[in-house]
Design a protein around this ligand. Structure first.
Ligand SMILES: [Fe+2]
Length: 255
């Protein structure tokens, strides 16, 4: 699969695509639960269409576009390469975002996070309720189609809320590492909640998989600790070891 790191900049995109001839195409990941498992909060019809039609379309389009990009790359056709990039961003973002989204949800979800994630939420937002209110407000307020996100700011080592339009991937457009994404495209809720997006937002908190969000947070936190340690080693050893080791660490933080 093309990683989020690979889509984050043209610098990494080109070498990743250059190796397409020898790698497998992207595929639709299985849901870790049944289509009806999130009822009554998100019904089975929404989940089936969302996963098997919408997400599948992003995957299929991404594979076609990557093939065309590879051909353009081989021909040295820069005009076509540039023309393909909005489609790669949209469909690559759609694949990345939904792959995260499915794991952020669980029939055993809801409630509040525990441990270090809860402490970080209290530190950065004041309380869990204030965090929930802010992410809800930001997500409801997305004009048109898009996503509300809880992300990890690796420069500041703290949590941050952001909104993204369309299928813009969080890391590729803001630099934040995605922890929790809320899909506010109408295809995510319209069949059950019609045009009342706030009701969908109210319901989705009942199926948030805090274990998954915590795993993502702890992975980023551990990478940050390792990076700081690595920075200390680099300063003592030689400038040539900077910044490659840290870049590798961050790549391991994303799926
Ligand atoms: Fe979606």
């Amino acid at each position: 699969m093309l990683s989020r790191a690979a889509l984050s900049s043209s610098r990494t995109l080109v070498p990743a695509l250059g190796a397409l001839g020898s790698r497998q195409k992207h595929s639709l990941p299985d849901l870790p639960y049944d289509y009806g498992a999130l009822e009554p909060h998100i019904n089975a019809q929404i989940m089936q269409l969302h996963h098997s039609k919408h997400h599948a379309t992003y995957v299929n389009n991404l594979n076609v576009l990557e093939e065309r990009y590879r051909e353009a790359l081989e021909k040295g056709d820069v005009t076509t390469q540039v023309a393909l990039q909005p489609g790669l961003k949209f469909n690559g973002g759609g694949h990345i975002n939904h792959s995260i989204f499915w794991t952020n949800l669980s029939p055993k979800g809801g409630g509040e996070p525990k441990g270090e994630l809860l402490e970080a939420i209290k530190r950065d937002f004041g309380s869990f309720d204030k965090f929930k209110e802010k992410l809800t407000t930001v997500s409801v307020g997305v004009q048109g189609s898009g996503w509300g996100w809880l992300g990890f700011n690796k420069e500041q080592g703290r949590l941050q809320i952001a909104a993204c339009f369309n299928q813009d991937p969080l890391e590729g457009t803001t630099g934040l590492i995605p922890l929790l994404g809320i899909d506010v495209w109408e295809h995510a809720y319209y069949l059950q909640y019609k045009n009342v997006r706030p009701d969908y937002l109210k319901a989705i908190w009942n199926v948030i998989n805090w274990e998954n969000v915590t795993e993502r947070y702890m992975a980023c936190k551990n990478v940050l600790s390792s990076s700081l340690l690595n920075l200390g080693i680099c300063i003592h050893l030689a400038p040539v070891c900077w910044p490659t080791p840290i870049t590798d660490y961050w790549k391991s933080c994303v799926q």
